[in-house]
Design a protein around this ligand. Structure first.
Ligand code: RTP
Ligand code: MG
Length: 180
């Protein structure tokens, strides 16, 4: 028995490696009409994530909504929900509750209630991180070139867009504004 041990071990290793490879590798399907092979990633590897986005009152008023939506689509996000609303003061205070007591809080509430906004649920892999990257730094003056805040923001708090900063906040914000 002892002398077969290395062979058995090698066999077990082979099975483990090939099972894992099959799970991670792409799936190849043949299109019956064209007889061409199509390579797709198996469903279990694709894990879509949702985030909450706002086109803020300054960008809506400046008619930048269309340009921002185009950037969202070009970046590969799927818009799962979209609505034009106007925040009430209570909604704005609850939405930005983490900033209550800070010197900019009242000005932020005033800005967010000053006109209509577009609220959206965006979906793609790594949606939270990727949307924050696309909108850029909070201060438009410090945002990277080509980001939404650099292109359409002006002076803080007027920074054109909002993005959730974590899965918990995305869930909270979607519940607060789409299931109000
Ligand atoms: P957001 O929540 O809107 O996506 O913005 P953020 O995470 O990049 O920044 P956050 O710290 O959460 O601030 C929320 C919004 O408050 C305004 N603000 N003003 N005067 C100031 O120092 C100041 N700091 C922040 C901005 O409109 C910011 O987006
Ligand atoms: Mg924030």
């Amino acid at each position: 028995m002892k002398k077969y041990f290395p062979t058995i071990l090698a066999l077990v290793l082979c099975v483990c490696i090939s099972t894992n490879f099959a799970r991670q590798s792409k799936v190849i399907t043949i299109d019956k009409k064209t007889e061409k092979a199509a390579v797709t990633a198996p469903k279990e590897i694709i894990s879509a994530q949702q985030t909450f986005a706002i086109i803020k009152p300054d960008a809506v008023e400046a008619k930048n909504t269309g340009k921002i939506i185009d950037m969202i689509l070009q970046d590969g996000f799927e818009i799962k929900k979209m609505e034009k609303i106007q925040f009430t003061a209570d909604q704005a205070k609850t939405f930005y509750a983490e900033h209550k007591g800070k010197p900019f809080f009242d000005g932020l509430v005033e800005f967010m209630t000053s006109g209509p906004v577009i609220i959206m649920v965006l979906e793609k892999e790594n949606a939270i991180k990727d949307w924050r990257k696309l909108i850029g730094a909070t201060n438009p003056a410090k945002a990277d070139k080509g980001t939404i805040r650099q292109l359409f923001g002006t002076k803080i708090p007027k920074n054109a867009a909002h993005g959730s900063d974590a899965p918990e906040s995305a869930k909270r914000e979607i519940d607060l504004l789409f299931f109000r």
